[in-house]
Design a protein around this ligand. Structure first.
Ligand code: ADP
Length: 475
């Protein structure tokens, strides 16, 4: 496979190309365009021209494009899943789930474009405000610049593209270096669905080089970024008055209360999924679990047994549940963090060793809160399960983090659930669910180092539009 840039509604040859390898087999997947600054500028120029057309579309027309794209993607589900599976090294069963979610993200975007309502304002509440009708509307802004990560190469791109189109904007995407092909497929599908040429451009290549072009170009009105906090902060510092949404990382915490005594096996099952789904390479992966001492022993036994059964293998095999990590750097980093935790007295309850280009799904217990594997973002198949004496101690530990994206609490104590939900420092709190949970229409974003602004289709649209107020004096 050799893929160029996606510009003006079709694939175009690029000046340079780079090779994309399968992280598990190390075999060549294909060649992708290595976008140059001038190719990025051309994409922005075309997107800016296309905006003249996009901003005139009715919500019914935009909904039609997005809903047709959802149908085409559903028909091409297997092809999309295999692309994701190879470039992101994602078990093919999980890749199919990602495609199915993307179909929904497109559908939600199509539905939400019909609901971009404003409100009626009573200006006569102010002295001298009488005799006016006033209302608000959400106006499109122009070209959105999207910079996306490798871990959900189709759905996380769609979380920016769907709302941008719904809002009447155009969008230029710089996908992650490892995963250019899924986003190219999305652009192809949207064109087939009738999106105006130029309204979406895909320019793969180096993040820093192409990100700088986006930052400097006045025609880019908003940057929507998902990736590491380090890069996110850098972009925000340089963005000037451009709008900005940042979806960054986390080390998502969870508490299991002793009131869940009767459900230990069920909670353990969910926890293992939450910790090791796609090798933990998920922004909201369950990384720190705090368990009440009364049920701790049962819980770790259940988790260890279930973890040991996880099947490691080639991502394209139907039976594979965990595979290699995205690169060897990630494998080595995590391996060092495990060693550090062990040297500090942590106990290994499962895994702990390298396997293929990945790591065995690993459970650590008795981990210090200052250890790298606890306070940094693991982004890999390692979970900590620590014992606590009370929900208060759990709360303190959960909030002892520079991050705050999703958090989970398993409890049958209603007052405790509500109290913890209010006091946990996170964008989303899930009661009786693991933090590794996102539905594509819910508001989604972080506090602290986990982000800035919200996504989730309706909320992303709000952040990709400007509120305009119109007042009409009639008396
Ligand atoms: P991850 O750890 O998920 O790879 P990164 O933040 O490194 O997170 O990458 C996420 C996206 O940000 C990728 O598309 C990458 O190319 C891009 N990127 C990396 N560095 C920069 C930068 N300095 N400016 C803009 N984009 C960048």
């Amino acid at each position: 496979m050799k893929k160029g840039l996606f510009l003006s509604g079709e694939e175009k040859a690029a000046a340079n190309y780079y090779s994309v390898f399968n992280p598990h087999t190390e075999g060549l997947i294909g060649e992708a365009a290595d976008g140059t600054p001038s190719e990025m500028s051309e994409a922005i120029e075309k997107a800016d021209e296309a905006y003249k057309k996009m901003k005139t579309l009715t919500s019914n027309e935009k909904a039609g494009i997005l809903s047709r794209a959802a149908t085409i993607l559903r028909d091409r589900k297997e092809e999309a899943a295999r692309i994701i599976s190879q470039e992101a090294c994602k078990p093919v069963t999980a890749a199919r789930t990602e495609v199915q979610r993307t179909v929904q993200t497109l559908q939600f975007s199509g539905e939400e474009t019909k609901r971009m309502n404003g409100e009626y304002l009573q200006l006569d509440a102010a002295e001298g405000g009488e005799g006016r009708d006033a209302y608000t509307l959400h106006e499109s802004i122009g070209v959105v610049g999207a910079i996306t990560p490798f871990n959900f190469p189709l759905n996380l791109v769609t979380h920016k593209v769907g709302p941008a189109i719904a809002a009447g904007n155009t969008i230029v995407v710089k996908p992650a270096e490892q995963t250019p092909f899924s986003s190219l497929l999305l652009a192809e599908i949207l064109s087939e669905a009738g999106l105006h040429p130029g309204a979406i451009a895909i320019v793969p290549g180096d993040g820093k080089t192409l990100g700088e072009v986006m930052l400097k170009d006045e025609r880019i009105k908003k940057i929507s970024f998902t990736g590491s906090p380090e890069v996110g902060k850098l972009l925000k510092a340089e963005a000037g008055l451009k709008k900005m949404t940042l979806e960054l990382g986390s080390n998502s915490p969870m508490y299991v209360d002793q009131s869940c005594r009767g459900e230990v096996s069920e909670v353990a099952e969910k926890s293992v999924k939450g910790a090791f789904a796609y090798n933990g390479q998920v922004c909201l992966s369950t990384q720190r679990i705090y368990v009440h001492e009364e049920i701790f022993d049962d819980f770790i036994q259940e988790c260890s047994e279930k973890t040991a059964r996880l099947q490691f293998g080639d991502p394209l095999e139907e039976s594979t549940e965990v595979s290699s990590l995205i690169n060897k750097k990630s494998q080595q980093r995590l391996y060092e963090w495990i060693k550090e935790a062990k040297a500090e007295g942590a106990e290994v309850l499962a895994g702990g060793e390298k396997v293929g280009n990945g790591l065995e799904p690993t459970i650590l217990s008795n981990v210090s809160s200052t250890s790298s594997i606890s306070c940094k973002e693991a982004f890999g198949p390692v979970v900590i399960i620590n014992k606590v004496k009370s929900s208060e101690e759990a709360l303190e530990q959960m909030n002892n983090s520079r991050f705050g994206l999703n958090a989970g609490v398993f409890t049958n104590d209603l007052k405790q659930a509500v109290d913890m939900a209010h006091r946990i420092e996170a964008g989303q709190v899930l009661i009786n669910d693991v933090p590794t949970l996102r539905f594509d229409h819910m508001p989604y974003g972080g506090v602290k180092d986990s982000g800035y602004g919200r996504e989730g289709v309706k909320y992303a649209i709000e952040e990709m539009t400007e509120l305009k107020m119109i007042s009409i004096k009639y008396r």
